[in-house]
Design a protein around this ligand. Structure first.
Ligand code: ADP
Length: 585
């Protein structure tokens, strides 16, 4: 809660003003039944209409004052909690954006989404209710008991007798309520996960006619969430009738005892009426306290989930450049844009190595092609280079510097990247290529030309044609070309293309490669590909199998030395074409 309190602290000043207004409004409200008793017991018997009028007028004024005070205080409370939640949510989002991939894997995306949405909502509700009811309920409770004691000590005993019974109800309900609401929150995590999975895979689901199956899966999660919420709701629905039962029994007792005492001349009817009002006020206050408990527990549980993310250590900071790292070259010896992997081993789950003992080196402007079956570690090489993850052993260097020692901003500005499942957002084509980077004029157009995105000229509005979210109004090949243009537009020192030509036809793929060879001579390139034809002209080719290097060299060398590569080349290009590649270099 310390982390969440840091967000509340700046608002403490305005919160105190709100609490004072709330306090004043509630105290005035508490005096109303007492005024009524004065009118009934002291003014009515004298028949002094003017005095009755004065007291009545005062009551109206006090009621109006209490109303205005409560409305003002509630509005202030809403504004305060809204501001707190707004800051909390935006800081949380920013933190999520800065989480390392390993941290994101550990939290899981659905859980991060529900922390950003429903958990921040719960904290909002908690802060809001604490301000509204946190002051009101205790004042009504304690003030009510104090006034009734001074009004009618004997009848207060009836009230005090009812209190333990109510205490048991409140304790039982809130202790079970916290558990049930926590379970409901967990079910919501599951619901978000299902919804997210289905949304992400909606096209595949439709294509495979799995819509009903997915709807069924979602229904399961939905029913579970509803069942748990309903269980909590059912428990809460017991509270009011149970409290009312105790309340009505208490009221009956007060009336009976009161009637005897009035008959005996020990008390007056006005006092009994005031007492009945206080009795109701006190019990309502108790109900508020019980709701506050549930609210607090829900908010506190959510606050802890949010704090876990906010307090997560920043893993992407650059390390001290002085720290010596194992082996390698000194920074001065290397040219900028060169890439070296020195005996790099890495495992996601820290059990089995996902890539092992990778060693290769690229000079500036050279191209590396990576080939290998799915799951062989091709994308992992790129992730290690981008420092999405740090290697468990070995060193990744760019321009001779260990990537861990390059500040993240500087590191990421070196790259142009196209990932396998990259995204386009709703906006114009130009905006999607520019990507908010303030590129020099003409850069977007040049990049589109290099990426062979001629289709843009045939679109209505050309560069200003609108794309839908995730680029669903483009074909697979068109999407890849826009993404490629985005990667090229900033003229990066290093270009990483992860299977970015799989949806391009051979001719376009070749045209893109020719363009890059002509105009991107200074950029070091790493191309992950399924097709040998996409990488056979690369300066170096890395063949991966189960995370290990099954071959490394040029196309010709690998055709001679690497069975795996030769088999793939023959299978894809046929013998003649594959061999011919030897002579076309
Ligand atoms: P490729 O790009 O060759 O298809 P990847 O580099 O994506 O393969 O994956 C290599 C291995 O690492 C696979 O076995 C995959 O299951 C595993 N892997 C990839 N990403 C993660 C992740 N975020 N968490 C755990 N394991 C992962």
């Amino acid at each position: 809660m310390k982390t969440i309190f840091a967000y509340i602290r700046p608002k403490l000043g305005v919160m105190s003003v709100q609490l004072i207004i709330k306090f004043a409004g509630t105290v005035v409200e508490l005096l109303l039944p007492w005024m009524l008793s004065v009118i009934l017991d002291e003014c009515v018997p004298t028949g002094d209409l003017a005095r009755i009028g004065r007291w009545g007028g005062l009551m109206v004024l006090c009621a109006a004052g209490a109303l205005v005070g409560n409305v003002v205080a509630n509005r202030m409370a809403t504004r305060i909690s809204r501001d707190i939640t707004c800051r909390l949510r935006s800081d949380l989002f920013e933190k999520v954006m800065h989480l390392s991939c390993a941290q994101e894997d550990a939290f899981t995306t659905p859980s991060l989404i529900s922390r950003l949405t429903s958990d921040t909502y719960n904290v909002h509700q908690m802060v809001d209710r604490m301000q509204r009811l946190g002051v009101r309920a205790p004042i009504l409770l304690l003030g009510g008991v104090a006034v009734t004691l001074s009004l009618e000590p004997v009848l207060t005993l009836v009230l005090i007798a009812a209190l333990p019974l109510l205490g048991v109800v409140v304790w039982w309900v809130s202790s079970r309520g916290i558990r049930l609401y926590t379970r409901a929150q967990e079910a919501l995590d599951g619901l978000v996960r299902r919804a997210q999975e289905s949304m992400a895979g909606i096209r595949v689901i439709q294509a495979l006619s799995k819509t009903e199956y997915e709807t069924g899966r979602f229904d399961e999660a939905n029913t579970e969430a509803v069942r748990r919420e309903a269980a909590a709701g059912r428990l809460m629905s017991i509270t009011n009738p149970a409290m009312n039962l105790v309340l009505n029994m208490g009221l009956t007792l007060v009336v009976i005892v009161g009637a005897y005492r009035t008959n005996a001349g020990d008390t007056q009817p006005g006092t009994i009426i005031a007492f009945l009002s206080y009795f109701t006020i006190i019990l309502n206050a108790l109900m508020m306290v019980s709701r506050l408990f549930v609210m607090y527990s829900k908010g506190a549980a959510s606050g802890r989930r949010i704090a876990q993310v906010l307090d997560a250590p920043v893993q992407m900071e650059a390390e001290d450049p002085q720290t010596p790292k194992a082996g390698g070259f000194a920074a001065e010896e290397e040219e900028p844009g060169s890439i070296t992997f020195e005996h790099v081993t890495f495992s996601y789950g820290k059990r089995e190595n996902d890539v092992e003992d990778l060693c290769f080196s690229l000079r500036r402007g050279e191209t590396l092609g990576i080939l290998g079956p799915t799951g062989s570690g091709k994308s992992t090489v790129l992730r290690l280079l981008l420092r999405f993850y740090d290697p468990d052993q070995g060193v990744v260097r760019i321009g001779g510097r260990d990537v861990r020692q390059i500040p993240p901003q500087e590191l990421h500005s070196l790259f142009g990247v196209v990932f396998q499942n990259d995204f386009l957002y709703a906006g114009t084509i130009a905006e999607n290529i520019e990507f908010g980077r303030d590129l020099p004029p003409g850069a977007v157009r040049d990049a589109a030309r290099l990426a062979q995105a001629d289709f843009i000229d045939e679109k209505d509005g050309k560069m200003d044609a609108a794309l839908t979210s995730r680029g669903t109004n483009l074909s697979g090949g068109q999407k890849q070309r826009v993404l490629l243009a985005r990667a090229l537009a900033a003229r990066p020192d290093i270009l990483l293309l992860d299977d970015s030509s799989s949806a391009l036809d051979y001719k376009t793929d070749a045209a893109v490669r020719r363009g890059l060879a002509r105009e991107f001579t200074q950029a070091t390139q790493i191309i992950v590909a399924q097709r040998v034809s996409s990488i056979r002209h690369a300066n170096h080719i890395l063949v991966l199998e189960n995370g290990r290097m099954a071959g490394y060299g040029t196309h010709e060398e690998l055709m001679r030395t690497c069975d795996r590569y030769r088999e793939t080349a023959y299978a894809q290009m046929g013998g003649g074409e594959a061999d011919e590649a030897k002579h076309t270099r």
